[in-house]
Design a protein around this ligand. Structure first.
Ligand code: HEM
Ligand code: HEM
Ligand SMILES: [Fe+2]
Length: 459
């Protein structure tokens, strides 16, 4: 930690990790309901636990993005943040927004639009938080006079995320129109502008963790962002197959979404070659695991498992089944959970007191248990989903009868999810067991490797 104001990131990460833990509780509750009987049916039925599970995911990942951005922008622009006070006000408003949204779902006050269920006042509060955030980051960069390519891509991703949230504020009584615009937020977030955020975080980490040249890495960042844009925007059409829009979306969706994995192959190669060619410069091996892991797991979860059901001929059978849940888990985990955990692991040794710079063995256990658990969960959803598609959609057996036949896969889900939960708990414990450091590190101290300019090729 080179700047005192970077310590705000600690509190963002702390909130993010608490909500991560809570998200898993609601994941397990949702899975348990597939196995029945359900004693909580009248207090929190499946639709409530699933909404809370997915909304907590989005809120904590965004909290992580915000904390990581505050941390990274100070480092990249070599400046204190514009306003620490604003950053804390934003965090408090954001926490209030998240908690009240979750409470509202228990009272049936959600808007019913999947993943965008937040009641209108909460949505408006999200906009306020994003504006404070973008203003604070923008002013920090402006006042510092140093604006790197990594920051440009990060800022573009964050500002576009805020912009793409605006369609979610409108209410359409026509279901087709409503679904049509829903994807402008959801798809263009996860397969467009959030990938820019992931790419920028990855570039920041690789520049510091490997010996690769900033100029070379940032050039590749442009290529990846370009590919994401070309494929991701028209790729939105892979959600337009069966929602009541004209049929010309079918070939468009199939073709452009099939190109999307190319950018993800690029991202994984980018990470791999950065390390392979230039070696490891920084002692933080744990952060390196998370960073490379994120690029590789994204290729698997988003690239391969996205491709698996993106063509209309396949999607007409798999749409809205557990095959979607298989892909949703692996893709979200690889791309957004892992990259946030990577930045936290990178920042942790200097943001907290007494932590070894290379990471702890507990942290390494957390990495491998999570990876194995999530891989097992993906397989459980996949086997359940393939069974469901065949029995329900090919053979025409009723939905509930099929659910009984595929219950064994949910036992497997609970078993593998338990491994994942142990990994997640270890990560959370490992984060909180060292107290936060509120003062910047002395540049000359032996543990401040990441603070020295010699560590970085300046572009
Ligand atoms: C990091 C990137 C990605 C993430 C986080 C992600 C996540 C998700 C999630 C959560 C859903 C369920 C959405 C819903 O029903 O509300 C979904 C659906 C879908 N995704 Fe992805 N995805 C990613 C990339 C991709 C890619 C690259 C492809 C194709 C190559 C793809 C293909 C699909 C398809 C076809 C669906 C619709 C499934 C259905 O019809 O039920 N995804 N994705
Ligand atoms: C304890 C671990 C977890 C368990 C047991 C679990 C279980 C579940 C279940 C049962 C569902 C509902 C599937 C359905 O609609 O039928 C679900 C949905 C979802 N979960 Fe998890 N989950 C866990 C962790 C996670 C994590 C770590 C992530 C983030 C990477 C995540 C992301 C999602 C998403 C995006 C959906 C919506 C999928 C869709 O729209 O089809 N879950 N989860
Ligand atoms: Fe999509």
């Amino acid at each position: 930690m080179r700047y005192r104001s970077q310590s705000v990131a600690y509190w963002y990460f702390a909130l993010a990790l608490i909500l991560f833990g809570l998200q898993l509780v609601f994941g397990l509750l949702s899975a348990a309901k597939y196995l029945g009987p359900d004693p909580l049916l009248n207090i929190m039925p499946f639709d409530v636990t699933k909404t809370v599970h997915t909304n907590l995911l989005i809120v904590w990942v965004l909290t992580g993005f915000m904390g990581a951005t505050y941390w990274i922008v100070a480092d990249e622009s070599r400046s204190e943040l514009h306003s620490v006070k604003l950053a804390y006000i934003q965090l408090v408003l954001w926490a209030i927004m998240g908690v009240t949204a979750i409470i509202s779902y228990f009272f049936g006050l959600g808007t019913g639009n999947k993943l965008l269920e937040q009641p209108l006042p909460n949505k408006l509060l999200i906009v306020v938080c994003m504006l404070i955030f973008l203003y604070n980051i923008g002013m920090t960069i402006k006042r510092s006079g140093r604006f790197t390519t990594t920051e440009a891509v990060l800022l573009l991703g964050l500002a576009s995320s805020a912009l793409l949230y605006l369609p979610a504020l409108l209410h359409y009584s026509n279901y087709v129109v409503s679904i049509y615009y829903r994807w402008w937020t959801i798809h263009l977030w996860v397969e467009g502008v959030w990938e820019m955020i992931q790419g920028a975080f990855l570039a920041y980490l690789l520049i510091r963790l490997s010996g690769a040249d900033r100029e070379v890495l940032e050039k590749w960042l442009y290529v990846i962002v370009g590919l994401v844009f070309i494929a991701g925007i028209l790729g939105t059409a892979h959600h337009y197959y069966w929602v009541g829009v004209p049929a010309y979306w079918l070939p468009l969706g199939g073709f452009f979404s099939a190109l999307e994995p190319v950018a993800l192959v690029g991202m994984a190669m980018y990470a791999y070659f950065a390390i392979r060619r230039t070696g490891i410069r920084h002692p933080n091996i744990l952060a390196l695991h998370w960073a490379i892991g994120s690029a590789v797991f994204t290729l698997f979860g988003a690239g391969l498992l996205g491709l698996a059901h993106t063509f209309p001929d396949i999607n007409k059978w798999t749409h809205g089944t557990l095959v979607t849940a298989m892909h949703g888990h692996a893709a979200f985990y690889g791309a957004y959970v892992m990259i946030v955990l990577a930045v936290i692991s990178y920042a942790a040794p200097t943001m907290t007191k007494g932590r070894p710079e290379e990471g702890t063995s507990l942290g390494m256990w957390a990495f491998w248990l999570q990876i194995s658990g999530m891989f097992g969960m993906t397989l459980s959803f996949a086997t359940a989903g393939i069974g469901q598609v065949y029995l329900e959609r090919v053979l025409g057996i009723g939905y509930l009868d099929v659910q009984l036949k595929i219950q064994v896969h949910f036992l497997m889900l609970v078993a593998t999810a338990s491994i994942f939960v142990i990994g997640a708990m270890l990560f959370i414990y490992d984060f909180f067991r060292y107290p936060p450091r509120l003062e910047p590190l002395d540049e000359n101290s032996p543990t401040s490797t990441q603070g020295t300019l010699a560590n970085e090729q300046i572009g």
